[in-house]
Design a protein around this ligand. Structure first.
Ligand code: NAP
Length: 356
């Protein structure tokens, strides 16, 4: 243990509330890896895992074939369960709730939860990942859940023997289309160019699949249907001509955007919209606030790079807290979390929220 940690489990004098050493917001590979490292460093992290999307984007994935250590591949949800179990084994506390507000400007950081509770900590790891990008066209929002989907593994089952399309030309589109051929009678891949962005192996898999047909140089400009999807309007990106394609469903797989809405106006962002961090570190524009995973990464966005980024964040937190301890702050009221004023109440609140 780095010198100084024991004095950092303290109470907020004004309110008598427990101030944790670190709160991790997000439960994807970045959040859970940060939690594993922080827990092993005796920082007793609280992981706010989300009320409905715990586990992050990998919960919507089937085979993960490129995470080291699993030569036969592993299902995305199984991988996330293992990461969570590993973090909990070392003492991480996982809360199934959503952060709805953050007050991170001062030395003690405060989060407000959807359930109404609040928690405080000396440091925050912001690892909220990314959310599926929307095309932003007519019919998309109206028919979402009525034939428009952003998750093949969640909704593929509803399209048995149906004709559907996947929009996009990256790895996600190839993976979703290939997966969807297990259910659908036909899967179109609609891409706006005549060249895919996906990796060679994923492209080859899609090209070899008899149920997949590519629609090149086409933008989806409208999704049509009254109560359910009946088709899309396509516009040629070469000559602008329009045509209709009859479909029972549309899966949008055009990439992800970093989830930064909680920190707009609070943390600096990059021109790409990710949270700005200092060089290869996880240090954001505010002291004590660290960020990791897809929310800082406009380029690589892999489970394994997110996990590595979570490691960096936990190590940066350790150094930050150690420096705080060496500087003599905050007040060394009590040495252990158990028995701290506010600790029992905080744990009871976690149990109550998780049980709800
Ligand atoms: P991506 O690589 O950014 O690809 C997005 C695709 O959607 C691109 O082909 C892009 O077209 C298209 N697109 C973007 N905006 C569009 C719009 N408004 N309308 C129509 N098309 C649009 O995203 P991704 O496929 O989600 O992959 C993200 C990262 O995750 C990548 O690093 C990928 O390797 C990784 N990933 C890996 C696996 C795996 O290894 N099993 C699986 C899934 C994802 P353009 O090509 O014209 O830009």
């Amino acid at each position: 243990m780095v010198r100084g940690y024991d004095v950092l489990k303290h109470t907020n004098h004004a309110k008598g509330a427990l101030v944790r050493q670190v709160i991790i917001i997000g439960s994807g590979p970045a959040g859970y890896t940060a939690a594993i490292y922080a827990a092993r460093a005796n920082l007793n992290p609280l992981v706010v895992a989300s009320s409905v999307e715990a586990g992050g984007e990998l919960m919507n994935t089937t085979d993960v074939e490129n995470f080291p250590g699993f030569p036969e591949g592993i299902q995305g949800p199984d991988l996330m369960t293992k990461m969570q179990e590993q973090a909990e084994r070392f003492g991480a506390e996982v809360l199934y709730d959503d952060v709805v507000d953050l007050d991170v400007a001062g030395p003690v950081k405060k989060i407000t939860l959807g359930s109404g509770g609040t928690h405080e900590a000396d440091s925050i790891v912001f690892a909220t990942g990314s959310a599926p990008r929307k095309i932003g066209i007519d019919g998309e929002a109206r028919l979402s859940g009525r034939g428009v989907s952003y998750c093949a593994t969640c909704d593929g089952f509803f399209f048995r023997e149906k004709v559907i399309a996947v929009v996009g030309g990256g790895d996600s589109a190839m993976e979703e289309a290939t997966f969807l051929t297990k259910f659908a009678s036909k899967v179109y891949i609609i891409h706006r160019r005549d060249e895919l962005r996906a990796s060679k192996i994923m492209q080859d898999r899609a090209f070899k699949n008899d149920k997949i047909e590519f629609v090149w140089n086409s933008a989806v400009v409208d999704i049509i249907g009254d109560d359910a999807v009946t088709g899309v309007v396509l516009e040629s990106t070469v000559d602008g001509t329009r045509s209709e394609l009859a479909l029972d469903g549309v899966f949008v797989a055009i990439g992800n955007d970093p989830r930064t809405h909680l920190v707009h106006g609070k943390l600096d962002l990059t021109p790409e919209g990710t949270v700005w961090v200092d060089g290869r570190s996880s240090r954001t524009s505010l002291p004590g606030v660290f960020a990791a995973g897809d929310v800082i990464d406009p380029t690589y966005r892999q489970a394994v790079t997110a996990a590595g980024s979570g490691t960096v964040a936990a190590l940066d937190v350790e150094h930050y807290l150690a420096a705080l301890g060496e500087a003599g702050a905050p007040a060394p009221d009590v040495a252990e979390i158990d028995g701290l004023p506010g600790a029992d109440e905080a744990r009871a609140e976690t149990a109550k929220v998780n049980a709800a």
